[in-house]
Design a protein around this ligand. Structure first.
Ligand code: GDP
Length: 251
C-alpha cells in the first residue's frame, strides 16, 4: 500500500515514469495487480476529468501521427501538457506493435510536456474500452490537460473511443477512392469533425473531398505544413465546450 501511495504521489506530481508504470499496472492481467490498480484508480479519481479529450482516427497513411505531432507541439507552446494514447489493435495479433515499430512523433516524444503511449487492445473489445479509459484517467491525474486517443479507423475501437472522449475527429485523405470511403462510413457516423488532411498536395481535390462530406463539419488542413491546424483546434475547443455545457460529457 505504501508503494501505491508513492506511485500515486509521483503521478500527481506529473512524473511521467510513474504514469507509465501505473498504466502498465492497469494493463496487467494478474489478480493482485488488478487489486492494486483499482486502489490506485480510486485514490486518483478526484484528480481526473479535467482534460480536453480528443479521439483522432483515420486509415494508416492519412497522417495521424504527423497531425498529432504538429497539433501537440503547437499546444505545448501554448502551455498545455499533451498525452497521446494510441490504441493499437495489431499488438495482440502479431505479438508486436505496428505503431511501436515506426518512429512516430519523434519531436513530440522528446518534449517534457508530452506523454505518448501505445495501448494494447488485449484481444477483447471490452479491453480496449476499459484499459484506454483507465489510462486516460491516469493521464488526467498526472496533469495532462489535453489527452488525445488515437485509433486506426477500423470501426470497432472507434465506438468505444468516441464514447469516452469529448470530441471525435476523423482525418480523411483528399483523394480517397470509393473503397476507402466505404470502409470508413461506419466510422464517419461517429465523427464530430472531419479534417481533410494533406490539403497542401492538391487543393482542388481537397476542396472536392470536402464538398462530398455532409452532416458533419469539415475542414481542410496540412499536418505537414501546419496550415489549418490552429483553426482545427479552435473548432475542437468550441465543439467540446458546447458539449460539456450541454451536459453531454460524462467521465
Ligand atoms: P499515419 O499512418 O496516419 O500515422 O500517417 P503518418 O503521419 O505516418 O503520415 C503518412 C505519410 O504522409 C508520411 O510520409 C507523412 O510525412 C505524410 N503526411 C502526413 N501529413 C501530411 C500532409 O499534411 N501533407 C503531406 N504532403 N504529407 C503528409
Amino acid at each position: 500500500a505504501q508503494a501505491e501511495r508513492g506511485m500515486a504521489h509521483r503521478l500527481l506530481d506529473g512524473d511521467r515514469r510513474a504514469l507509465a508504470k501505473a498504466i502498465t499496472l492497469i494493463e496487467s492481467t494478474r489478480t493482485d495487480h488488478r487489486q492494486e490498480a483499482d486502489a490506485l484508480l480510486d485514490a486518483l479519481m478526484p484528480h481526473t476529468g479535467q482534460s480536453l479529450r480528443v479521439g483522432i482516427s483515420g486509415v494508416p497513411g492519412v497522417g495521424k501521427s504527423t497531425f498529432i505531432e504538429t497539433l501537440g507541439l503547437h499546444l505545448i507552446t501554448q502551455g498545455h501538457r499533451v498525452a497521446v494514447l494510441a490504441v493499437d489493435p495489431s499488438s495482440t495479433l502479431s505479438g508486436g506493435s505496428i505503431l511501436g515499430d515506426k518512429t512516430r512523433m519523434e519531436k513530440l516524444s522528446v518534449s517534457d510536456a508530452a506523454f505518448i503511449r501505445p495501448t494494447p487492445t488485449s484481444g477483447a473489445l471490452g479491453g480496449v474500452a476499459e484499459h484506454t479509459r483507465e489510462a486516460l484517467l491516469l493521464c488526467e491525474a498526472a496533469g495532462f490537460d489535453v489527452v488525445i486517443v488515437e485509433t486506426v479507423g477500423v470501426g470497432q475501437s472507434e465506438t468505444a473511443v468516441a464514447g469516452m472522449t469529448d470530441l471525435f475527429l476523423l482525418l480523411q485523405l483528399p483523394n480517397a477512392g470509393d473503397d476507402l470511403q466505404a470502409i470508413k462510413r461506419g466510422v464517419m457516423e461517429r465523427a464530430d469533425l472531419v479534417v481533410v488532411n494533406k490539403a497542401d498536395l492538391d487543393a482542388d481535390a481537397a476542396t472536392r473531398a470536402m464538398a462530398n462530406i455532409s452532416d458533419v463539419p469539415v475542414m481542410l488542413a496540412s499536418a505537414l505544413t501546419g496550415e489549418g491546424i490552429d483553426a482545427v483546434w479552435a473548432a475542437v475547443r468550441t465543439q467540446a465546450e458546447r458539449r460539456r455545457a450541454d451536459g453531454a460529457f460524462d467521465k
